[in-house]
Design a binder for this molecule. Structure first.
Ligand SMILES: Cc1ncc(COP(=O)(O)O)c(C=O)c1O
Length: 371
């Protein structure tokens, strides 16, 4: 599938999603209080974008006041989880302009996810216009603080009232917006629990789609991680319980002692992360191509223990670049390097965020201006 090129240097139009203003938006004082150190995904702006699919096409596009979504108790999404979603951020630059980072990739990934869930694709132009219109309506909610951003959550869900296990004939698109700070605080590394026995995805399953069911399956191992003092789970492949795949919401990067970087290859069970792709591009630009390959958990265990692996970090929209300080499981506990951020992860985090926040040239044309 080919998509229209987005002209650079222009502000993306949200006109396709006309605004019905919220008659009772948060006051400046209320908004300032809500935006002070918001918990990730707990604060929402005054509006949401929406559209509906029925009769074989998308319509009813608009940005409307944020409100509960009325739903029949028999709506298909509530029973069979026919749902896909995305996550991307809007960044405020020093001149006040606001930019989305590679939103076309999110739009394309949502089309791929929708295909796997037998849902109608939302055209790229609609995805972009919905995000642009929402940010334009709620631009006062885009934080100024370094590391903070407005997190957009577009999703599609099956709305037909039916308990039959079959694709719905009606769907809703909704996009919400949440001001967020840094997902994982602190300069130290996060502790990772290596999940044994529980897996996130199987061959032929939905691992590379961004659908709620994958995350539902990750709740129990995530809970185990917490009980073991860890912040995140690392999943191994379901077939052999041997190869590292990804974390609950981030992709994994491995830095070896010779300076090379490796990441698990996209096998169909891993989400093709946009941060993963961006980090790989930035490292390759700097003469450090990232090898996509199978990586055994034993290679990581032995490498971390021997010093052959010097750094591990996780990458994703929410967490940006997060150093991994410790790896734990039922039968081992290992500190990675000195347990803190390493030089490669720190370097790439700065490169990436400098582009996102407009502090350096966007040579790859990754930003799309919306305000
Ligand atoms: C399971 C999973 N892997 C990886 C990622 C990272 O993807 P991205 O960089 O596109 O946010 C995410 C977050 O969206 C995720 O949920």
């Amino acid at each position: 599938m080919t998509f229209p090129a987005i002209p650079t240097g222009r502000t993306l139009s949200g006109d396709a999603f006309p605004l019905t203003p919220n008659p009772h938006p948060a006051t400046d004082t209320e908004r300032a209080a809500l935006m002070t150190d918001p918990v990730f995904g707990k604060v929402f702006t005054d509006h949401m974008a929406r559209a509906t699919w029925s009769g074989g096409s998308w319509g009813d596009r608009g940005v409307v006041p944020l409100e509960p979504i009325p739903m029949h108790p028999g709506a298909a999404v509530l029973h069979y989880s026919q749902q896909v979603f995305e996550g991307l951020k809007a960044y405020r630059h020093a001149d006040g302009s606001i930019h989305l980072f590679r939103p076309t990739m999110n739009a394309e990934r949502m089309i791929d996810s929708a295909y796997r869930l037998a849902m109608p694709p939302l055209p790229v132009d609609d995805f972009l216009a919905a995000c642009a219109a929402l940010v334009q309506a709620d631009q006062r909610w885009v934080p100024e603080a370094d590391g903070a951003a407005l997190y957009l959550r577009p999703y599609l869900m099956a709305t037909e009232t039916s308990l039959l296990v079959q694709p719905s004939d009606t769907y809703d698109l909704v996009v919400t917006a949440s001001p967020v700070g840094a997902y994982m605080g602190g300069g130290g590394g996060v502790s990772i629990w290596v999940s044994r026995g529980y897996h996130r995805a199987n061959d032929g399953g939905t691992g590379e789609a961004k659908t709620g069911g994958n995350y539902a399956a990750s709740m129990l191992p995530q809970q185990q991680a917490k009980e073991n003092g860890c912040g995140q789970v690392l999943f191994l492949d379901a077939k052999e319980d041997r190869y590292v795949e990804e974390l609950g919401g981030m992709n994994l990067m491995v830095v070896l002692g010779d300076g090379s970087v490796a990441t698990p290859r996209l096998s169909g069970t891993i989400l093709p992360g946009i941060t993963r792709d961006s980090v790989m591009t930035l490292l390759a630009d700097a003469g450090r191509p990232v090898r996509e390959r199978d990586i055994e958990i034993d290679e990581i265990r032995e490498g971390v223990a021997s010093g052959a692996i010097v750094e591990l970090f996780a990458v994703g929209t929410a967490a940006v670049v997060t150093p991994i300080g410790e790896l734990r499981s039922d039968d081992f506990a290992l500190t990675v390097g000195d347990g803190k951020a390493g030089p490669v992860g720190s370097w790439v985090k700065k490169e990436l965020t400098d582009i996102q926040y407009g502090r350096t040239a966007d040579d790859h044309g990754w930003l799309i201006r919306v305000v």
